[in-house]
Design a protein around this ligand. Structure first.
Ligand SMILES: COc1ccc([C@H]2[C@H](O)[C@H](O)[C@H](C)N2C)cc1
Length: 443
């Protein structure tokens, strides 16, 4: 343990109302929308199969050429209310929007750079339209903000000279001014999703990352920041040099999930996984035939998997340059939404149950209740679900449950074809399952 000036500000989970709401939301919609949605991964007739929001670097496009895309940004099919209705139907409780991605183009009329929505043919404040439309549907809105900024002349990947540090100090003031502007002008924002913070220039300025965290929480009491913002005194990111999580939740799971049998350490803190529908496309790409496209049921399993380990799941949508939502994404919203409509109670305000993971699927538990939710994805050919209960558990539910040994049960599922994951609710006696102090002798 060493004294850190810019390390974690507290340990353990936040339990204030704002964080409890963030946690209970569980399922959110990520939206990546910017100038990159106009070319959609294709440049001068050539299709680039790397992530579409990186086309500027994949196709080695000069900044001046890329930036002139601003004069083409005119999403005639954009309808914030329609997007919000679709997200509502999907069962998303929050939405995280890219206010500014690495390209540096801002979806709001910021005072601090001309490279923003007000200088496009569209002109209007897209961020305001989205915040109002989603909030009207009862969906919380969070802001993604990339510190990395390919457009800004004072951005530096590293600090190698006095000139670099003078320029980068100007840049850090620019970014802090933009963040203060976002937190001030859009007062219903709940959380900030920082990205583009992996370069040495940021790692050498951990002080700034703490200053931004403090500023946002001053301007917007209750505001939530992800661990990806933070670097400590020694440039250590996410987890400080004393092993403590920085920020309010861990945001390292990008296009991957913790192993539900082994990575149980994640249940000790708040965390969020973010996921693409194709293998690796966050911004709109014209050609989705280039990789596997996850099905609604694959994605639904990820939602349940994440809730079962006490995390939030952020599913990405990449609207086209004209503001339309592609059919695959519309279908995902409809199919996941249908299941969430009927079974959202095993996701919202649910958490890690602490029961031993079984192959048939996942356990979730409603906070502070005695009901145990079983979400079955893999129905065994025997129809018998193996359940290993914490020592001393007593069940109220009798239907379908067969005790075969101490704390060992089989739940009998009717043998039939199941088209969607099945939910089984088991009631336990309130004071049971506390677990005997001593393990029963094995022989
Ligand atoms: C180089 O590896 C990267 C860098 C940045 C990313 C960005 C994506 O553009 C998207 O915004 C994702 C959330 N973020 C980590 C992804 C992979």
């Amino acid at each position: 343990q060493q004294k850190l000036q810019y390390g974690a500000q507290y340990t353990g989970k936040r339990t204030d109302a704002a964080m409890n709401k963030w946690r209970s939301n569980r399922f959110g919609q990520f939206i990546h929308w910017g100038l990159y949605a106009i070319p959609g991964g294709v440049w001068n007739g050539k299709t680039y199969n790397y992530a579409a929001e990186f086309l500027k670097s994949s196709a080695k496009i000069p900044t001046s050429t890329w930036d002139s895309l601003m004069y083409q940004f005119n999403p005639v099919k954009f309808n914030a209310k329609e997007w919000a209705k679709m997200a509502k139907k999907m069962g998303a409780k929050y939405m995280t929007i890219t206010t500014k991605h690495h390209e540096g183009f801002c979806l709001w009329p910021t005072k601090f750079t001309e490279f923003n929505i007000s200088h496009t043919p569209y002109k209007k404040d897209i961020l305001k339209e989205l915040v109002e439309a989603y909030n009207a549907e009862g969906i919380d809105v969070n802001f993604y903000y990339s510190v990395l900024d390919w457009h800004h002349p004072d951005w530096r990947y590293d600090i190698k000279s006095a000139e670099d540090s003078i320029a980068f100090r100007r840049f850090l003031k620019f970014a802090a001014d933009q963040l203060r502007e976002l937190a001030t002008n859009y007062p219903t924002v709940k959380a900030f999703w920082f990205d583009g913070t992996w370069d040495n220039s940021i790692k050498k300025n951990g002080w700034w990352t703490l200053e931004v965290e403090k500023m946002l929480k001053e301007v917007r009491p209750g505001a939530i920041v992800n661990s990806r913002l933070r670097a400590d005194d020694f440039g250590k990111r996410h987890i400080d040099s004393n092993g403590e999580l920085m920020g309010d939740y861990e945001s390292g799971y990008e296009r991957r999930l913790p192993n539900p049998y082994k990575d149980l350490q994640v249940t000790k803190w708040d965390w969020e996984a973010c996921m693409t529908v194709p293998e690796n496309q966050w911004g709109y790409h014209k050609d989705w035939s280039l990789s596997h496209v996850k099905s609604p049921l694959e994605l639904l399993e990820m939602v349940v998997h994440t809730t079962s380990m006490g995390g939030n799941f952020l599913l990405n949508f990449g609207p086209a340059g004209d503001g339309s939502i592609r059919k695959e994404e519309q279908n995902i919203a409809a199919e996941i939404g249908a299941w969430m409509q009927a079974n959202g109670h095993v996701i919202y305000n649910c958490d890690y149950a602490g029961w031993e993971k079984q192959d048939w699927g996942y356990y979730t538990k409603q906070k502070g209740s005695n009901t145990l939710n079983l979400v079955v994805f893999n129905v065994p050919v025997s129809g018998l679900l193996k359940i290993k209960a914490p020592a001393g558990t007593r069940f109220k539910t009798k239907q379908g449950l067969e005790e075969i040994a101490k704390d060992q049960y089989l739940f009998h599922m009717p043998i039939q074809l199941y088209k969607v994951p099945q939910v089984i609710i088991l009631e336990t006696e309130s004071n049971s399952g506390s677990g005997d102090k001593y393990q029963e002798a094995k022989t």
